[in-house]
Design a binder for this molecule. Sequence first.
Ligand code: SF4
Length: 370
Amino acid sequence: MDERINLLGCGLPSLARLTEGVIGQPFRLRQLHHALYQRGVRRFAEMTDLPLALRSDLEAGYRLDLPAMPRLQRSHDGTRKALLRLNDGREVEAVDIPDEERRTFCLSSQAGCALACRFCVTGYWGAGRDLSAAEIVGQAFALREGITPEHDGSPADAAIPWERINIVLMGMGEPLLNIEAVHEALEVLSTQIGWRRMTLSTAGVVPGIERMLEWEERPNLAVSLHAPDDERRSQIMPINRRYPLGPLLEVLRSYPTSRRSALTFEYTLIRGFNDSTADARETARLIRGLRAKVNLIPINPDPVLGAEMRPPDWQVVKAFQAALVQAGVSCSIRRPKGDDIAAACGQLRAADRAARGFPQPVSLGAPTGA
Ligand code: SF4
């Protein structure tokens, strides 16, 4: 096993920390960063602007590798889901979702998630560890470069040009509970992709959003809403007890937006629980005054989520959308992509995890009707 430290995907803070005692001067760090991300160099020997002795030291102690990919699944709709193995053996999933000429890479920020949202398989399987910036960036590099598992014999896919890629931090984990690494990863990715083509999705960690307000540059922000009142939101998102809707909406009023970068509210529709037209009107009232759109996601069922977690009929979804539009809210419906390979929203998991399970089945309360 190669014990050398992997530097591919590291931003300046991680490069400085990991090469302390090897790279002394800050300008050498910037040269290394430039070689990795502006010039795309993958071998220390080719970084000819660095002194020969430094190149040898780097070669001896460090490597520049993509993460190992034990499995790559392909959906009939073109979606690809990669299982990536980290150095300590943990596994995360990353998804490449096609949309005509563009691709959206959905990346994970943690190997698991402690927030236990009721509609999410990652939350069901429980907490994992934070990913490093390099481990987050490595997912994008692996998907972009079209690598395939060594053992499956399929030829590598063609590399995807960065201009065609959007990034969403919407995979496994809550990005704002790993904010330092996520910020560093976004900085690295911003050398290839504009901030406006990157989106961070949060369950509503208010202090994390406050920290983002201090950043020089910010990605688009998506917020998981999923219910128009605290009572129901707490039932399916335990984090709402800590950061309820009042403080969450207050901090969102400070988040800079423009016509091209409105806030997105994600709203998972669960049959008979949060799918009535009255709920749609209440949602519109709640977010009034914000430059925001709503993305409706009929829940993607999964055996571990229980029988209550099923999507409404299509006409109920359309009626919900129509009620929002009538109330002046821009609203789209996310069609499931990659659901045949469990790559759709809320379906990511790492296959080797032990089940956390729920102590008691959670009742979602009486149907609200349409
Ligand atoms: S929806 Fe996001 S925040 Fe909630 S449990 Fe799943 S991964 Fe965690």
